[in-house]
Design a protein around this ligand. Sequence first.
Ligand SMILES: Cc1cc2nc3c(=O)[nH]c(=O)nc-3n(C[C@H](O)[C@H](O)[C@H](O)COP(=O)(O)O)c2cc1C
Length: 195
Amino acid sequence: MPYRVLGLAGSLRQASFNRSLLRSAVSLAPDQLNIEPFELGSVPLFNQDLEPDLPAEAAAFRQALESADALLISTPEYNSQVPGVLKNALDWASRTYKQINVVKSKPVAIMGATDGGVGTSRAQAQLRSLLSIMGLHVLPDQLYVANVTTKMDQAGIITDQETLRRLGKLLESLASFSSLIVGQARGQTQGQDQG
Ligand SMILES: Cc1cc2nc3c(=O)[nH]c(=O)nc-3n(C[C@H](O)[C@H](O)[C@H](O)COP(=O)(O)O)c2cc1C
């Protein structure tokens, strides 16, 4: 059974480079990974008052996270930071209302694309820290796609071979990492069942 990977792009822009990067990941994924993109446009603004009676869209997002084995996040960089759209969505996931943090202990890989020259490295560093604080296991490997307009065509297809190679490598690493972390957790559960 392949690992179920929920794919998030931190942009709502129709022609988003990060959504395109995620789409490329779906087609390049090794057999061990089944990547399913989730559109963040449906996730409402976080409001703590709504937690006791979750809006359906927030509940659906939490459900999608909960049923995933791992995450793959493609983040833009806004003013050197993680975009609000992505941070907002992750706040719904992490809350411990009724003791449930739906992403805790899941493996996650980060990547990002920009038409700028720094490749989202500052946003990725911030996201790495945020995800660690939320209790996820963050893959050490990283993929920075700088000057993306020279590496993708108008349809969002990656044309640069080196970018394709690096994306493939990131996905292979995520597959091994998922096997290590999810496999270990499943083994422990089985051990408990038997014991
Ligand atoms: C408010 C705002 C701030 C931005 N700040 C940065 C930045 O700090 N670094 C960067 O590389 N690009 C920055 N950009 C450019 C984005 O990388 C570019 O808009 C990119 O296309 C966004 O990702 P997307 O294509 O997935 O929507 C910024 C764009 C906006 C709208």
